[in-house]
Design a binder for this molecule. Structure first.
Ligand SMILES: Nc1ncnc2c1ncn2[C@@H]1O[C@H](COP(=O)(O)OP(=O)(O)O)[C@@H](O)[C@H]1O
Ligand SMILES: [Mg+2]
Length: 234
């Protein structure tokens, strides 16, 4: 069954009196558990495409089905509800809430859903990403890699059907990146989550099963099938 289906997705911005089309009829279809990379130079439309897939923004034309729900037919509030129910997000700049501790950040999506035993779940997730001893630290008291591991814990808290990651290692040094990437793929595998990863790092993209290349908002050369996702030396 398809978990994320994108059909002829086009996005046009009205900019300084003229129309600027930044995505041109993009289509793809992912099954549960697939790992997918979107690559392309800066400005090629990767973040725009991710935002449309996650229901953060609306396409000009075309359709997105997420977990069988057609997003373009929904209101803003309905899309927010779908996001909380089905989607996890990781950003390049972490986007933790600065006034909340690590634990409280991970609790946010759980509490939005009124989940029982939320503290226990959040602490277990922080432990899973190696940050049990940082639960009461604020984002400013954490390194970049630690902040991204907190955001991984937050993203997986609701056991999302699809995890979207936009340049998740873009602000990290190589060693820290490797740790975050390994955790990302491990958690993804454990939870059976579909992973949609935006990156300009081709080594990172090669860890996914398929790659979509964008240039100027257009798909360049169909979908590439990569080697099976093996991260560590298993
Ligand atoms: N809100 C907006 N209004 C007008 N143009 C935008 C807006 N958001 C993005 N763009 C343009 O869309 C293009 C694709 O942007 P983006 O999706 O952020 O690319 P990428 O993530 O690949 O770097 C860029 O040319 C960008 O300037
Ligand atoms: Mg981007």
């Amino acid at each position: 069954m398809s978990i994320l289906r994108v059909e002829n997705l086009t996005k046009t911005y009205a900019s300084a009196g003229h129309a600027l089309t930044v995505l041109h009829a993009v289509s793809f279809d992912l099954a549960a558990g697939d790992t997918f990379a979107i690559v392309g130079p800066s400005g090629s439309g990767k973040t725009t495409l991710l935002g449309l897939c996650a229901g953060l923004d609306r396409a000009t034309s075309g359709s997105v089905w997420l977990s069988g729900i057609r997003l373009d037919a929904l209101s803003e509030d309905q899309r927010a509800a779908v996001r909380n129910q089905h989607v996890g997000f990781i950003f390049q700049n972490f986007q933790l809430l600065p006034t909340l501790t690590a634990l409280e950040n991970v609790l946010v999506p759980l509490e939005l859903r009124g989940q029982r035993g939320a503290s226990h779940t959040a602490l277990a997730l922080l432990d899973r990403v190696g940050l049990a001893d940082r639960a009461h630290h604020y984002p400013a008291q954490l390194s970049g890699g630690e902040q991204q591991r907190v955001s991984l814990a937050r993203a997986f808290a609701n056991r999302p059907a699809v995890l979207f990651a936009d340049e998740p290692t873009g602000n990290l040094d190589p060693d820290t990146s490797e740790r975050v990437v390994n955790l990302l793929f491990e958690l993804n595998r454990e939870a059976g989550t579909t992973l949609v990863l935006v990156t300009h790092d081709l080594e990172l993209a090669a860890l996914t099963q398929r790659t979509l290349r964008l240039r100027g908002g257009k798909v360049v050369e169909g979908q590439t099938t990569n080697a099976p996702s093996t991260l560590s030396h298993e």
